[in-house]
Each structure stands twice: as C-alpha cells, then as structure tokens.
Design a protein around this ligand. Structure first.
Ligand code: PRT
Ligand code: ZN
Length: 284
C-alpha cells in the first residue's frame, strides 16, 4: 500500500514541494511530465495537479494528503485536515486600491466594488468588519480591474508588492496571511496514518534544520561560562580543548534569529573565529 500525495503540477509551489520531498529522502522523478509517479525510497505515489483541485481530491480520498496554499484551502472550504505548515509559499491576501484613491478607512469600502478571485474569503472578512461592498468575481488579472473601470478596489495575493505597484495600486488592508500547508484526508486508515506520521516526522526534522544553524567558535577558557549561557544548544554546548593552552572550541545549535541577536554579545565575551554552518536534518 502506498500513501498518495497531491502536489502542484507547475507553478509557484511546485519546486518547493518537490524540494521538501527530496529533503525528506523521497525520490520523485518528474522528468516524463507525467500526472502520476511512484516515488523511490518511500511508499509514496505522487499526483501532479492544479492547486485549485488539490483540496477536493484530498477531501474525496483520491489523494490521501496534499500540499496547497492556505488561500486555496480556505476559499474552497474543503473538508480536510490541515496537518503542518511548510514554511514556503508565503503571501498575503490583501485589499488594494488605486494609489490616488480617496478611500482612507475600511468603512469607506461600504457600497464600493471590489474585484477578486477570492469571493468566499473576502465576503467572510467584509461580513466580520460589517462592511457591505459589491464583490465582482474575476478569475485572473485582477490587478487591472480598477484601471478599466470594473471596480474601486481589488482583493488579491501579494508577496513582494511589485505587481500592485506596477499597476498603480497600493496595499490597503490585509485580509488573510497564507503559506503552503500539508493537508490530509480526515478518514485515513491506520496503515496510511502510520505512513503519514513517518513522512511528517521527516518534514519536521527538515523544517527544524532550516531554522537552525550549527555554530562553532573559539573562546578563552575563563569566558566559557558566559559564552555557554548564550548558546544553550539542544541539550548543552560541546566544549573541546584547543591545541593552544587556555582556549576551547565551543559547538552548539542556535535558532537563526537568536544568532543575529547574540553575535555582538558573543564577540564582547571574547569569542573568536565564529563559524555558522547549515544543518541538513534536526531530530530533537
Ligand atoms: O496552475 P495552477 O492553478 O496550479 O496555479 P495558479 O496559477 O493558480 O497558482 P500559482 O502557481 O500562481 O500560485 C500557487 C500558490 O502560490 C498560491 O495559491 C499561493 O498560495 C502561493 N503564492 C505565493 C502566490 C504568490 N505568492 C503570489 N505572489 N500566488 C500568487 N501570487 C501572484 C498574485 O496573484 C499576483 O498576481 O503574484 C502576483 C503578486 O506578486 P508580487 O510579488 O508582485 O506581490
Ligand atoms: Zn490555480
């Protein structure tokens, strides 16, 4: 028996989804541009689909699990379990207005026309904010709607903001933050559930490694206590003597954000020759 996973066939999530599987030790050969391939080194069958179709395929049990943007998942409202955030495909669904618009407050959206492909998420949001606006559903090129007189505002995905900018629009209000998530059919049998847990264990090890760095530095022995406090590591740092008397090498693991916060303190404590190395997998 194989676990069936649906990932995006082509588009913004394809590469990252393939990379995640690869880092989990799952070999997927997509060379022949097939719709379905058998993975190697893991009992997995990979289906390549349009992102919009993934939630329904998983809800229907055609695929057991899938990787899809939370924006698509929420818009479709399919009955699947959201198992794990992947850390990629990050974007936000935002309301944007022409940069010279006189709309200044959310309330001023009352009675206005908003073009979007995300009618479900947007109407829920507007309801919560007690705003009555006219929602125009368009399936693509939403950003041109105001300039052709179709709407006063749009609601679309934004990442860098350059699409809005080049269409004379400015971001006005964020409706929803999104990233790619691993979803699962809620009725997996015990065998499939066990396979999912095995894959999930690997995904978490890869994710943890991405956020952490291995750090090596040299420190004078009389400063070791101070330095070790800054580098708690997974259990405690490793300390090895250097050939030069009175000095040690300290090895530890550090969250990338903590590294930048701690670097000045480490240097002030006499740390030298600091090396920061990526970690491939991390199991705590
Ligand atoms: O063919 P298929 O239906 O599978 O793909 P698709 O064309 O519907 O989706 P695709 O590949 O464009 O996006 C897949 C998923 O990537 C989305 O559902 C989001 O979860 C995620 N994602 C992350 C984004 C973006 N960032 C993004 N910037 N999806 C779309 N965009 C578009 C946005 O619609 C706008 O046109 O990029 C433009 C804005 O980008 P910036 O950088 O100019 O702000
Ligand atoms: Zn799509």
């Amino acid at each position: 028996m194989k676990l069936k996973i649906a990932i995006q066939k082509s588009g913004r999530l394809h590469e990252d989804s393939m990379q995640l599987l690869k880092e989990c030790g799952v070999g997927v050969n997509n060379g022949a541009n097939k719709l379905k391939v058998e993975a190697s080194h893991f009992p997995l069958e990979v289906y390549f689909l349009r992102d919009d179709d993934i939630p329904q395929y998983v809800a229907d049990g055609v695929a057991d699990i899938g990787i899809v943007g939370e924006n698509v998942l929420n818009e479709k409202g399919s009955k699947v379990h959201c198992i794990e955030k992947t850390g990629f495909g990050k974007c936000r669904l935002s309301i944007a207005i022409p940069k010279d618009s006189n709309i200044k407050t959310l309330k001023q959206l009352n009675g206005k026309k908003i073009a979007t492909s995300y009618t479900h998420i947007l109407s829920n949001y507007l309801k919560k904010q007690k705003i009555t606006a006219e929602i125009h559903e368009i399936s693509g090129s939403v950003e041109i709607a105001p300039s052709i007189g179709l709407s006063d505002a749009i609601c679309d995905l934004v990442s860098s903001g350059s699409t809005l900018f080049s269409n004379g629009l400015k971001e006005f209000e964020t409706v929803f933050y999104s990233e790619a998530v691993l979803i699962a059919n809620p009725h997996l049998n015990a065998t499939r559930n066990a396979m999912l847990n095995k894959l999930l264990f690997r995904i978490r090890a890869v994710k943890k490694a991405t956020n952490n760095k291995y750090i090596l530095l040299n420190a004078p022995n009389h400063k070791l206590k101070e330095i070790c406090k800054l580098l708690p590591g997974m259990k405690s740092p490793t300390i090895l003597p250097l050939a030069e008397k009175g000095w040690s090498s300290v090895h530890s693991v550090l969250d990338e954000n903590d590294f930048w916060n701690n670097i000045e303190k480490l240097k002030a404590s006499g740390a030298q020759g600091i090396l920061v190395v990526p970690i491939e997998k991390m199991i705590v």
